[in-house]
Design a protein around this ligand. Structure first.
Ligand code: NAD
Ligand code: UGA
Length: 461
């Protein structure tokens, strides 16, 4: 098929964790659309065009291979691709601003603004611009102002279409989404643009899962969804602390409350704290917005979700320290899992980063193992001068270890031979199951001193 025979040209600016997979799914589901993903990073684009994709996501590679070169393309020719596009998804990163006004909370919008200016400069025909990145409320207003500034006669219609996929289940989430949200202006051109986007999703998403709202509700809903999800994790983590001192069991409490259909059972797993590139940044963005509108009590409420999370990571470290006789100097700890969650190699804001840095501060020797995240782990801990090794084989990582800190619940850790592991370790052997992932009774019977989260320890000491 030549490009002339495609129904429309879709462009996505930003070939990251969202841009790459979302466009791969669109290309697979809509063979009559040409989908091009561009990025300023040559390295990323080269990787998307190679056999070693820049990100690991179950099911992604097969789908890239089935569409790449047919109706899915990866390129760095941003200006030409903008010119040719009918619909442009903006999927660049929106990190927390680390300087000036709003530092530490507000979103750093520089990549969005650079993208908007580039779209304006290279557009010779009208275009639909879709916010795929997570943005503050009313960002579409600023985007429209930049795009329409100057004497350009080209018209841009801005839509908000936030992405709700989670890493590790990204393909499943996009192929079978709970909902697709599209925010638009309630004007004839806004509604027409919205219908163009709806047409794309209708290729595979049932009509009753497509929600349309005004632009601001759509932008805000994305921040609120992440804030509510993160808030549930912080809530259950506070209860885990209470369980540890009262001999209640957080898994039993989660189950008991989760069976109430008004509460629901998902996102109630206690752990070492949430990580990932978005929860912290999006809540801080919400906090900043509330402060901006002088809603200080609302801001304080949401900020607590982040402080509880920070305390949770520290509590995990303290539990290790206290159990191991208040000193980790020279002790070997095998760290099981570094990714912020299983089934991804992503380590952005992973609890493991904070936890490992604290353990190193206590002068522990770390042997870190993870099936996909060791390259990123090396980068995250590049400052550590000594005391850290990265080892692929978990059996090798536990050689001579005094304890195991399980931070990411990779399924492979369930299937290891823990008798063999116990035999390789120093005694007394400790295991700190930060995800309540393993069979604690069986470990205890082997001889381990077991420290789960939100449950009493099973100790031989
Ligand atoms: P990412 O860092 O993986 O990818 C962003 C890409 O944009 C990078 O490759 C970067 O080089 C590129 N980029 C930056 N400026 C550019 C420019 N001016 N022109 C062209 N390319 C440019 O980020 P991500 O994880 O894909 O997140 C993107 C957005 O999606 C963020 O707003 C994030 O909050 C949101 N989001 C992320 C997830 C997730 O699971 N990662 C889920 C939902 C929403
Ligand atoms: C999250 C949201 O789930 C997505 O809907 C959203 O699109 C995305 O953020 C985003 O905006 O980036 P993600 O961060 O990829 O997705 O992964 P989650 O499954 O939400 O896990 C986030 C963190 O919470 C992980 O560290 C995970 O271990 C932790 N978590 C999750 C818990 O500690 N307990 C739970 O019960 C669930």
């Amino acid at each position: 098929m030549t490009s002339k025979t495609f129904k429309k040209n879709i462009l996505c600016i930003g070939a990251g964790y969202v841009g790459g997979p979302t466009m791969t799914v669109i290309a697979n589901k809509c063979p009559n659309y040409k989908v091009t993903v561009v990025d300023i990073s040559q390295e990323r684009i080269d990787a998307w065009n190679s056999d070693r994709l820049p990100i690991f996501e179950p099911g992604l590679k097969e789908r890239v291979l089935s569409a790449r070169g047919k109706n899915l393309f990866f390129s760095t020719e941003i200006d030409r691709c903008i010119d040719e596009a009918d619909i442009i998804f903006v999927s660049v990163n929106t990190p927390t601003k680390m300087f000036g006004e709003g530092a530490g909370k507000a979103v750093d919008l520089q990549f969005i603004e650079q993208t908007a200016r580039r779209i304006k400069e290279n557009s010779k025909s009208n275009k639909i611009v879709v916010e795929k990145s997570t943005l503050p409320v009313r960002a579409a207003e600023a985007l429209a102002t930049i795009l329409h500034s100057g004497n350009n006669s080209v018209k841009f219609e801005i839509l908000s279409n936030p992405e709700f996929m989670a890493e590790g289940t990204g393909i499943r989430d996009m192929e079978s989404p709970d909902r697709i949200l599209i925010g638009s202006k309630d004007t004839p051109s806004g509604v027409a643009a919205r219908d163009v986007l709806l047409d794309i999703y209708l290729h595979w998403v049932p009509k009753d899962r497509l929600i349309t709202t005004n632009l601001w509700s759509s932008e805000l809903s994305k921040l609120v969804a992440n804030a509510f999800l993160a808030q549930r994790i912080s809530s259950i983590n506070t209860i885990a602390s209470l369980c540890e001192v009262t001999e209640a069991d957080v898994t039993e409490v989660s189950r008991a409350i989760g069976m109430d259909s008004r509460i629901g059972s998902k996102f109630l797993n206690a752990g070492p704290g949430f990580g990932g590139s978005c929860f912290r940044k999006d809540i801080l963005n919400l906090v900043y917005l509330c402060e901006y509108y002088q809603l200080n009590d609302v801001a304080a409420f949401w900020e607590q979700v982040v402080s509880v999370n920070d305390n949770q990571m520290e509590r995990y470290v303290r539990r290790i320290l206290q159990a191991m006789f208040n000193t980790l100097v020279g002790k070997k700890l095998a760290v099981f899992g570094f990714a912020f969650k299983p089934d991804t190699g992503d380590t952005r804001d992973a609890p493991a980063i904070y936890i490992c840095k604290r353990l190193l501060e206590e002068k522990a020797d770390l042997k870190i193992t993870d099936p996909y995240a060791l390259d990123n782990a090396r980068k995250d801990l590049h400052d550590a001068e000594e005391g850290v090794e990265f080892i692929e084989d978990p059996y090798q990582a536990v050689e001579g270890a005094h304890g195991i800190a399980l931070i990411t619940e990779w399924s492979l850790y369930k299937d290891l031979d823990y008798q063999k592991i116990f035999d390789k370790m120093e005694k007394p052997a400790f295991i700190f199951d930060g995800r309540n992932h393993l069979d604690h009774q069986a470990l205890y019977e082997i001889g381990f001193n077991v420290y789960p989260v939100g449950k009493p320890a099973l100790s031989h000491l």
